[in-house]
Design a protein around this ligand. Structure first.
Ligand SMILES: Nc1nc2c(c(=O)[nH]1)N[C@H]1C(S)=C(S)[C@@H](COP(=O)(O)OP(=O)(O)OC[C@H]3O[C@@H](n4cnc5c(=O)[nH]c(N)nc54)[C@H](O)[C@@H]3O)O[C@H]1N2
Ligand SMILES: Nc1nc2c(c(=O)[nH]1)N[C@H]1C(S)=C(S)[C@@H](COP(=O)(O)OP(=O)(O)OC[C@H]3O[C@@H](n4cnc5c(=O)[nH]c(N)nc54)[C@H](O)[C@@H]3O)O[C@H]1N2
Ligand code: SF4
Ligand SMILES: [Mo]
Length: 747
């Protein structure tokens, strides 16, 4: 700890969610005395949410692991980094020698994307593994967005961003930015930005099976039956493209996009079959409501449709994301101010030098061994991870590396994965906590705390509603005994390469160079090579560099998003594919799932998820300030369903699905649709052997002990959490109180 009195002020970007809020951190005597919003941050303008203060709690958390740990017969033991790296890489190498490269798998969790060093160095380690069994949180999240971007725009990260600050009509499906603070739409203080749409005479419309916090401030909220959005979108397109709306035809509305869009005719004929009357019995959306939305959307000077987790972790997630883009395109709202635009980030991982970037994407180059699910950009769907460990045979996963992930709580059928992890020959977790997943590890390698590292948002600047750039230097100096995520990943990579290829001069030089450079120097190179960089900028010395960012601690505003097509497209043809074959073909699956004569399934409820402002996936329940108050892991249920099932407010309900059963208290509200129930994810901290004392006392139950690893958006392989069929009944009268409380820390 370097700081000493009098107090120092640090400016930083909060990296806990995607919003990139600027924070002002005061430190005295090596301790944080206050965390506030940074009013001078040009992007977030002082906004923060209650989680920002957790940056301190996470740093100071006594449960956060500070040194490598090895699981032994008598419990967890502290080991040296050297011994850990040595034993781990020797064993990984031996397994790969004996059973082939695919016997070692890896799972990368969400916080990697919020971590500059892990982003820069993770790929190298994965390449070194040469394994086809690579998984990440992408396939329980935004894989449909990436697949669709790859197919339509030629690059997996060319994701159109809503121009929230200029739009006059924002149609939101399956997102609740007031709780999540926005996703694939980095927009700090999203509440103010949505309000501003209304203040300039525009409209916000939310389509969601739950009347969410966002729906409450919207101009209009429409209930939709979970899993049916693709039908509603096809009907919206039907109205826009097939009905006489008194406006231009589809081709005319494309405007300047017409010069580089292929496939409009296929879409026009595809939507013919989906008049709103035909889809209404499935979606629950009245035809006149959809026609009203279409009318308003077409009339607005700049309209945008935005769909997030609720329509990507969905049985037709890829269709939804495709149809959302299509709606924006055929109404001329893509690449238009007030519509959806692509960013031009300062460190350009899309259009910049290949060595510093992310690939354009690939699909189906190989299939998973057991279920034959398609690869996407080198990864397989994580819904297949457990079966790849449990199913005997050649290519079975025998060792697993997890980096910043908690798949036991975050992936479908977590119970099955929990069992599978217990059967690995070797599991290694790079993670600061002993949690539901890492308790199975043979080694836990904890990184330095987030405040001990520099930060730049390589990914979220690509997804932001405005072009900005900001670098945050470390607040504290990491101790000599701690290692950054990137150092851990680089060390594993280098030792594995050395074991496999021998000690070559080239590899050693490369390793030493990377180690010396570290993320900061690479960031500097990326900024200089980027579109605002000192290398290409006409006034060279004024161009962006790390030094320039260091001199602007609140960040630099690079202006609003600008039209950039067709030049920005990733494909060589520089054309947009409006009707990719893979997606057009998937409409047959949709039709089959919703035949005209479908009979309602008696007694079945559809389970959906939800987020709360004070949660962050599974890993922030150990922060006392964030878990205090009423328990949040409750099953929301409509009063009609509750009375039919004899459930009362606060009573315990047993919720059962094909894969499992959990017991949770009921909260009755007409904010959810009849026939729909909702539970948050990331709870379920009752499992033995974890070391999360606060979380253990707020355990809740895991929704992913109910979600089904067989339910997928089959084109992409993304997990389909939305609309898991469940049966609910009153739990047996409570047994005499059993001693509960914090889970017993292991060893
Ligand atoms: N506070 C907080 N913030 C977070 C996170 C967190 O855990 N907590 N997680 C972060 C992460 S990793 C992500 S990816 C983002 C996600 O950000 P969002 O996409 O905004 O996520 P949610 O708040 O879960 O909103 C999903 C919405 O989809 C609705 N929904 C469910 N099924 C369907 C359906 O079939 N159709 C439609 N139309 N809607 C449906 C749900 O009711 C819910 O309102 O949030 C990020 N920010
Ligand atoms: N049913 C249902 N399931 C869902 C979702 C849903 O809406 N419904 N949402 C899905 C989504 S969008 C996502 S993104 C996934 C998230 O899935 P995961 O990424 O698997 O889960 P997290 O809860 O984010 O776990 C993060 C892990 O990283 C560790 N960690 C935190 N910071 C760092 C760090 O700086 N370095 C390292 N090495 N480790 C760190 C934490 O201790 C924790 O173990 O969950 C998905 N699961
Ligand atoms: S909204 Fe996200 S980035 Fe902003 S303070 Fe909260 S957690 Fe941090
Ligand atoms: Mo996510």
């Amino acid at each position: 700890m370097s700081a000493s009195a009098p107090s120092q002020v640090h400016f930083r970007t909060c990296n806990l969610c995607e919003a990139m809020c600027g924070v002002r951190i005061e430190v005295a005597d090596g301790r944080i005395t206050s965390i506030k919003g940074d009013d001078a941050d040009p992007f977030s303008r002082g906004h923060i949410c209650p989680k920002a203060v957790a940056l301190r709690d996470l740093h100071e958390d006594p449960d956060r692991l500070r040194h490598p740990m090895k699981r032994t017969a008598s419990g967890w033991e502290r080991v040296s980094w050297e011994d850990a790296f040595d034993d781990i890489t020797r064993r990984l190498h031996a397994l790969q020698q004996e059973h082939g490269p695919h016997s070692v798998g890896a799972f990368l969790g969400n916080p990697n994307v919020h971590n500059m060093g892990a982003m820069m160095f993770g790929a190298g380690l994965l390449r070194t593994l040469r394994s086809r069994n690579l998984f990440s949180a992408t396939s329980v999240d935004q894989l449909p967005h990436q697949l669709v971007a790859h197919l339509m725009f030629g690059h997996q990260l060319l994701i159109p961003i809503p121009d929230i600050d200029r739009t006059r009509y924002m149609l939101i499906l399956g997102a609740n930015p007031l709780a999540s603070n926005g996703s694939l739409m980095t927009s700090p203080d999203v509440r103010a930005r949505l309000r501003a749409i209304q203040e300039r005479g525009g409209k916000v419309v939310v389509i969601d099976p739950r009347r969410t916090e966002t729906a409450h401030i919207a101009n209009q909220h429409v209930f939709v039956r979970p899993g049916t959005d693709a039908l509603a979108l096809l009907s919206l397109l039907h109205v826009v493209l097939q009905e006489d709306t008194g406006e231009d035809t589809g081709a005319q509305r494309l405007g300047r996009l017409a010069a580089f869009v292929d496939g409009l005719d296929s879409v026009v004929s595809l939507v013919r079959d989906f008049p709103p009357e035909r889809t209404a019995p499935h979606t629950g959306i009245a035809p006149e409501v959809l026609r009203g939305i279409a009318r308003d959307y077409l009339a607005a000077e700049g309209a945008v449709c935005y769909g997030r987790v609720g329509v990507s972790t969905h049985p037709f997630g890829s269709l939804c994301q495709w149809l959302i883009n299509t709606l924006n395109i055929v109404t001329g709202n893509l690449d238009r101010e007030g519509g959806a635009l692509f960013t031009q980030p300062a460190f350009d991982i899309i259009g910049g030098p290949r060595a510093l970037g992310v690939s354009r994407g690939s699909h189906g180059r190989w299939k998973s061994r057991v279920r034959g699910l398609p690869e996407f950009s080198g990864e397989l769907p994580v819904a297949a991870l457990a079966e790849e460990i449990l199913t005997p045979g050649d290519g079975r996963i025998r060792a697993l590396l997890t980096v910043a992930g908690n798949p036991v709580l975050s992936t479908p059928n977590g119970t099955q994965l929990d069992t599978a992890l217990g059967q690995l020959d070797l599991m290694v977790s790079v993670d600061p906590y002993l949690n539901e997943t890492t308790r199975h590890a043979h080694y836990i390698l904890p990184p330095a705390s987030v405040l001990e590292r520099g930060h730049y948002d390589l990914v979220f600047h690509v997804l932001a509603v405005r072009n900005t750039a900001k670098y945050s230097p470390p607040v504290f100096t990491a101790g000599p005994e701690s290692r950054q995520d990137w150092e851990i990943l680089l060390e594993l990579q280098h030792r594995l390469e050395t074991l496999r290829d021998g000690r070559t001069a080239r590899a050693t030089l490369q390793y030493q160079a990377l180690k010396r450079l570290g993320p900061e120097r690479l960031l500097d190179v990326g900024l200089r090579m980027g579109p605002y960089g000192s290398r290409f900028h006409p006034l060279k010395k004024d161009g962006l560099s790390l030094a320039k960012l260091r001199a602007a601690p609140h960040g630099i505003d690079l202006g609003p998003l600008k039209p950039s097509l067709p030049g920005r497209l990733g494909s060589r043809s520089k054309r947009i594919q409006l009707a990719p074959e893979l997606l057009v073909a998937d409409v047959a699956r949709l039709r089959a799932a919703f035949p005209d004569d479908a009979a309602p399934r008696d007694g079945e409820l559809l389970l959906i998820g939800r987020r709360h402002l004070r949660d962050n996936n599974s890993w922030m329940h150990n922060v006392p300030g964030l878990v205090k108050g009423r328990p949040r892991c409750t099953l929301l249920m409509h009063p009609e369903d509750a009375s039919r099932l004899g459930l009362t407010e606060g009573s315990d309900a047993c919720v059962r699905s094909r894969v499992g059963e959990i017991t949770v208290p009921v909260a009755i509200t007409d904010d959810v649709m009849p026939g729909v129930v909702s539970l948050p994810h990331g709870y379920g901290h009752q499992r033995p052997g974890i070391r999360l004392r606060v979380a253990g006392a707020h355990a809740g139950a895991s929704i992913n002990d109910l979600t089904d690893e067989q339910a997928l958006d089959t084109v992409s392989g993304n997990a389909a959490f939305s609309g898991t069929p469940v049966r609910v009944r009153a739990a047996a009268p409570p047994a005499p109180p059993s001693p509960s409380g914090p889970a017993t820390p292991a060893a």
